[in-house]
Write a protein that binds this ligand. Structure first.
Ligand code: GLC
Length: 817
């Protein structure tokens, strides 16, 4: 026993030195003398209460909660008092694991489910996790520790785990750096980062969730702490991974894999998924700071129709308002907004307006007056209102962490909704304040009854703003799906909004960065994401803009946006050949809408990310941990954007299996890198063999024409592959009452035969009657087609060896031989 204590002290002393380094680096401005950290001692007791297990060293307590067979939550209470259960990220903590046990031997306590063991070592309180094969996936390198915060109260809380030689790390939201975070130290503190640079940290969002892959096995850590949080993935010491925060509780969810996909799906179980967007929101959006007056807006929207370039969303940036006062209109520029929005709608455009959190201090402005009377604005610790300058000048800011304020805010959209506004864009909600950057630490927040300072509320402020916006719109729009987009967010923001990556730059480096950021956001819970196509600041040339449109065609959210001091930036602004290529890709976006809508459904309902980095396909292969250009869009389409100027070819890695070149239909065996020609008119797109890719006819906007038939492109394979098609009304919440159709196609081929089966679930009936099949890559000349036991003679097999036929949409089986 004495040995143990000595050992413990030795370890602690060694680590104090190390950890003081952390403290020093991360709180340099505090002016506090480093304080000795306290480490968990030796666990002396173990108790169980349902799915919760408690271990104590006599003073501090650790809680281990079994949530599912794969998810275990760990919490630390330095003096045995846990904080109340409350999280903006995890709205409902449902316990889903059925069988779990607590066992004990001379070395450890062990909490086990069918998938995971959580070990609490008796000598030193090290906590580790292993899988059912006894492979240790995660283990403490130091006992959990903390340090009193003498300035603000509470604790700095730390967790340090072993980092393995070949361990890789993914996730953490919008970090503008390499996809694999190994060797990086990063911080979460929502920040307005105009024209951010590669490696700049932090940016707009805080997503304290990462995925580790070591020896081919993945696990995730979700550190649900809203304070300024830090992550070190072997940067300071290559043998350690640490995460810590400047306050709050040391609380993390260990999420077991073994596959990265399992981890992401479990993370979605905790924090939720995006609701289904209105179908139009998956179309192309055009934005600019700002299109005004009305005549300019019309000039742009007419430009789309004249150039026959599809577009669904048109944005009004801050200049539509009267002196940047939210919920007002500049009547000089927009004399009759309701009429304008109606006319735009008649031409197929949905109007999206920006709304920022800063409310101008002006007693003649109704929103300010009401907010002031109801005391809805944030106050400092001395009770004076928090004031700061943003676009409107001197402003106060609603406390969105107060449910009453959220309710009030949601109601403010009434007039905009009456006018026909279809979507709202929440910006500057980190929150951003000119000069100061953000609010001072002492600002008080109601925090849904769990009051706290801005240190606790800062990272959730933007998420609560867009939550208020989304919930308000949802009520006001009755059964219609609102569209929202936010710049700031915290884990779980996906339940309320899409996001874009903020104020990027018109450069090739930013094109690369945007490609990585969208993949990273997608594995961090935020699938509905995109970049400012073309780059917000600076001037792209035609080539860069076109390459960006090509990549954006495969961003779940597709919007071009640019700062006010830049040249015109519409898809036709660069002349030919760019206009035609941009049109071709935006048309491709519209052709593939039913595919995107279906993978969105897979995200919403089953928790799959929409964009998937190649490492998600083959995580056991270490070289894939460093591939960051290629990604799959859903699991059927592989995209590799062209990211270099003047590129006439590029290398693309195809994961194992057979792939079809989308442009030529050539079949290529994967599991290797290939050279692909990349003239400006194309970018590398590959379709997985066995896929059924649905297509709509090109339209200038969603709903322009009645869909008379859906094209199904079937890519032959000699192994079985499942595909999905999701259909519903596209704009209501009827899907929540099962009014949708989820179709499953199973394709299975051999040297002389192909079968396609279809099954369906749900209560929706699409209005079209037929499918138009294009069956690609048949290795034989078809002579007989049997559809649901009847021979079908009406087909063609052209010189490109594409079998074409039309069939009723309700078939269950087709056999071709
Ligand atoms: C911020 C936004 C940008 C917007 C501008 C004016 O910089 O990130 O998208 O255009 O403010 O509202």
């Amino acid at each position: 026993m004495e040995d143990n204590i000595l050992n413990q002290e030795l370890i602690a002393n060694k680590l104090i030195d190390e950890e003081e380094e952390f403290h020093h680096l991360n709180n340099p401005a505090d002016g506090i003398k480093p304080i000795i950290k306290k480490y968990l001692g030796v666990p002396k007791s173990a108790d169980q209460s349902g799915n919760k297990f408690y271990f104590s060293d006599g003073d501090a307590k650790v809680e281990v909660v079994v949530i599912t067979n794969e998810i275990i939550r760990v919490r630390l209470a330095p003096h045995s008092v846990f904080l109340d259960e409350f999280s903006y990220a995890v709205p409902k903590l449902e316990q889903r694991a059925i069988d779990f046990t607590l066992t004990e031997d001379e070395n450890e306590f062990k909490v086990s489910t069918s998938a995971v063991n959580c070990h609490i070592r008796k000598t030193d309180f090290f906590i580790s996790f292993s899988d059912s094969n006894d492979f240790v996936t995660s283990s403490d390198a130091v006992p959990m520790h903390w340090e009193e915060n003498v300035k603000f109260g509470g604790y700095y809380v730390f967790c340090t785990k072993t980092c393995h030689a070949e361990e890789s790390f993914f996730g953490l939201g919008d970090k503008p750096t390499e996809l694999n975070l190994r060797g990086k130290r990063l911080k979460n503190w929502n920040t307005d980062a105009y024209s951010f640079a590669w490696n700049q940290d932090p940016l707009y969002r805080s997503i304290p969730f990462y995925i580790s892959v070591n020896e081919g096995i993945a696990h995730g850590i979700f550190f649900d702490n809203t304070f300024k949080a830090h992550f070190d993935f072997g940067a300071e010491d290559p043998t350690k991974t640490s995460f810590w925060a400047d306050g709050g509780e040391l609380q993390y969810y260990y999420i077991h894999g073994p596959h990265m996909m399992d981890v992401v799906k479990s993370y979605h179980i905790l924090t939720g998924t995006h609701p289904m967007p209105p179908l139009w929101a998956l179309g192309y959006h055009q934005c600019r700071w700002s299109y005004y007056p009305e005549a300019k807006v019309k000039k742009i929207t007419n430009g789309f129709r004249e150039n026959k370039i599809p577009c669904d969303g048109i944005y009004l940036d801050i200049d539509y308002m009267d002196g940047y006062r939210c919920f007002t209109w500049n009547r000089k520029y927009f004399s009759d907004p309701k009429r304008m929005i109606k006319e735009l709608a008649a031409d197929g455009f949905k109007t999206v307006v920006i709304i920022d959190p800063g409310i101008r201090v002006d007693d003649n402005y109704a929103v300010f007056k009401e907010g002031k009377e109801k005391r809805h604005f944030c106050r400092r610790s001395d009770d004076y209102f928090m004031e700061g300058h943003v676009w409107p000048g001197r402003c106060q800011f609603p406390d969105f962490t107060n449910p009453e304020v959220r309710e009030w805010w949601g109601g403010l959209f009434d007039e905009l909704v009456q006018m026909g506004v279809a979507g709202v864009w929440n910006d500057m909600n980190e929150p951003a304040v000119f000069g100061a950057g953000t609010f001072p630490d002492d600002v008080r927040h109601q925090y849904d009854g769990y009051r706290g300072s801005h240190r606790k509320a800062h990272n959730v402020y933007g998420m609560q703003m867009v939550r208020a916006t989304y919930d308000g719109l949802r009520k006001l729009m009755k059964n219609k799906r609102p569209f929202t987009i936010t710049r700031a967010g915290y884990s779980g923001v996906q339940r309320f909004s899409s996001v874009w990556t903020g104020d990027n730059v018109a450069s090739w480096e930013h094109l690369k960065l945007g490609n990585i950021q969208c993949q990273r956001l997608s594995v961090s819970g935020i699938s509905f994401c995109g970049t400012d196509i073309g780059g917000f600041s600076g001037e792209p040339d035609g080539e860069l803009f076109t390459r960006w449109i090509q990549m954006g065609t495969f961003s779940p959210f597709m919007r071009a946006h640019s700062a006010g001091d830049t040249k015109e930036r519409e898809p036709w602004s660069f002349g030919e050949p760019f206009t035609s290529i941009n049109r071709k890709f935006i048309e491709l976006r519209y052709r593939l809408l039913p595919y995107l809508y279906s993978i969105f459904w897979e995200h919403h309902r089953y928790g799959f990310p929409i964009l998937r980095p190649v490492v998600m396909q083959e995580q056991e292969e270490i070289t894939n941990h460093f591939r960051q250009d290629e990604f799959t869009y859903g699991d059927k389409i592989l995209i590799c954007p062209v990211l270099e100027p003047g590129a006439t070819s590029r290398k693309v890695y195809l994961p194992k299996g057979k792939w079809y070149d989308f442009w030529s239909n050539l079949v290529i065996e994967g599991g290797k890198e290939i050279d692909v020609q990349t003239p400006l008119e194309t970018m590398p797109i590959f379709i997985k063999a066995g896929s059924v890719i649905p297509e709509y006819p090109v339209m200038q906007y969603v709903g322009e024409k009645e869909i008379e038939e859906v094209k199904l492109n079937v890519y032959f394979s000699d192994y079985e592959v499942n595909s999905f098609l999701f259909e519903d009304y596209g704009e209501t919440f009827a899907y929540e009452q099962d009014i949708y159709l989820e179709k499953k196609f199973v394709v299975n081929g051999s040297r002389a035969k192909l079968t396609i089966q279809q099954s369906m679930e749900g209560l929706y009936t699409p209005r079209y009657e037929n499918y138009e099949f294009n069956i690609i890559g048949l290795p034989f000349k078809p002579t007989r087609i049997i559809a649901d036991n009847k021979e079908f003679k009406d087909f063609t097999f052209d010189k490109d060896k594409i079998l074409k036929l039309k069939l009723r949409k309700n078939f269950t089986q087709i056999v071709i031989d």
